[in-house]
Design a protein around this ligand. Structure first.
Ligand SMILES: NC(=O)c1ccc[n+]([C@@H]2O[C@H](COP(=O)([O-])OP(=O)(O)OC[C@H]3O[C@@H](n4cnc5c(N)ncnc54)[C@H](O)[C@@H]3O)[C@@H](O)[C@H]2O)c1
Length: 339
């Protein structure tokens, strides 16, 4: 079965391509390499022995998207990762984010009508919940006003997909709301490759440990949490990748009565920034130079997932621990700085 993976050379996309190949699917990757590198294909091939079909294509170019779909009507599903994801950049350049995250989504959805199998998985985020009133966060938690244009593109994206479902009974979709993906494939042949200064904690930790950055800033230690630092739900990227394959299979098998579903993807456990730093120092036997800095605007205090729906309905649960994820992230950082 051929599966289109947009943004398939990016961080989560590349791990999902590996998971798809391992389950016997044939992923076809579209990526414009705006936040990834062509060498990721080599990493995937080394892991699975198979080089996925690749199209360097910018999904903002509507005619190119149309041409791709006209030639690939035999797809069994689409996993749509392609998007821009830097929260801070989205505040500075919102229109770029609306163009890249919304236009591309619309173009892909418009072209799904050519396909016999209209199964669609969307990369959403726990940012849609903002600071939830109750923890752990269930899928029923209210969607809060987005704190950034990036977050808004995920909310709008989900609405667009639901409207598309209402208008076309052939179309089925699942929106996966990721918590905080970290880690890398155990081989360290693929992983997260942030361009410029990392926005997320884990690559900042590993880059500091390897000497690329002077110091890690911990943004605020006066939050109402046990150690004063923010709490997040860190999920191993391989667990996340597996969830995509399971969700896709659910759509392909027509296992659901509803055309649109939403699932949280997290571990169900919150870890504070200091707990992650301590876990890193323990598993890597390396100490991290860090300083306490001011709170960062837009950061919520605490967010972790209620995982029962994913467990009961998808039959999916995480297998990896925080230590596993941290260990693999460190192995990956050491690998990329050597090559
Ligand atoms: N990483 C996270 O913390 C996180 C959390 C929640 C949701 N998400 C979402 O998951 C998805 C994947 O995230 P990621 O961390 O793998 O990001 P990533 O930047 O590593 O991957 C996205 C890929 O899409 C490609 N791309 C971007 N715009 C494109 C376009 N116009 N045409 C073709 N390709 C394009 C990029 O080159 C990149 O390879 C994104 O939609 C992101 O918003 C990520």
């Amino acid at each position: 079965m051929k599966i289109l993976v947009t943004g398939g050379l990016g961080y989560i996309g590349s791990h999902t391509v590996v998971a798809l190949q391992n389950e016997g699917y044939e992923p076809i990757v579209i990526d414009n390499l705006s936040n990834s590198s062509i060498e990721v294909l080599d990493g995937i091939e080394k892991i699975t022995g198979k080089r996925p079909e690749f199209h360097q294509l910018d999904l903002r170019v509507k005619t190119d998207v149309e041409r791709f779909f006209e030639r690939n009507i035999d797809l069994s599903g689409i996993i749509h990762f392609a998007a821009s994801k830097a929260v801070g950049e989205s505040v500075k350049n919102p229109l770029l984010y609306y163009e890249n995250n919304i236009n591309t989504l619309v173009y892909v959805l418009q072209n799904m009508k050519y396909l016999t199998h209209q199964n669609f998985i969307f990369s959403s985020s726990c940012t849609v919940y903002g600071q939830a009133d109750e923890l752990p966060i269930t899928e029923h938690a209210p969607i809060k006003t987005a704190m950034s244009p990036y977050g808004n593109t995920k909310q709008i994206g989900e609405e667009i997909i639901q409207d598309a479902c209402k208008a076309n009974s052939e179309f089925s979709a699942i929106s996966l709301r990721y918590f905080n993906p970290i880690g890398a494939h155990e081989s360290a042949l693929i992983g997260e490759l942030p361009l410029g200064v990392p926005q997320n904690l884990m690559p900042f930790i590993t880059q500091t440990a390897i000497g690329l950055r002077d110091k890690l800033s911990v943004f605020g230690n006066n939050y109402p949490t046990p150690d004063g630092t923010c709490i997040r739900d860190y999920i191993h990227v391989m667990d996340l990748a597996e969830a995509h394959v399971i969700a896709l299979k659910r759509l392909i098998d027509k296992a659901s009565d509803s055309q649109f579903g939403v699932f949280n993807l997290g571990t169900g456990t919150g870890s504070s920034v200091m707990e992650v730093i301590n876990a890193f120092e323990r598993v890597s036997e390396t100490s991290i130079n860090y300083k306490i800095a001011d709170r960062r605007s837009g950061d919520v205090t605490s967010a972790y997932a209620h995982t029962e729906k994913a467990k009961n309905v998808l039959g999916w649960a995480t297998k990896y621990s925080l230590d596993d994820a941290v260990k693999s992230a460190w192995k990956w950082e050491q690998y990329i700085r050597k090559t």
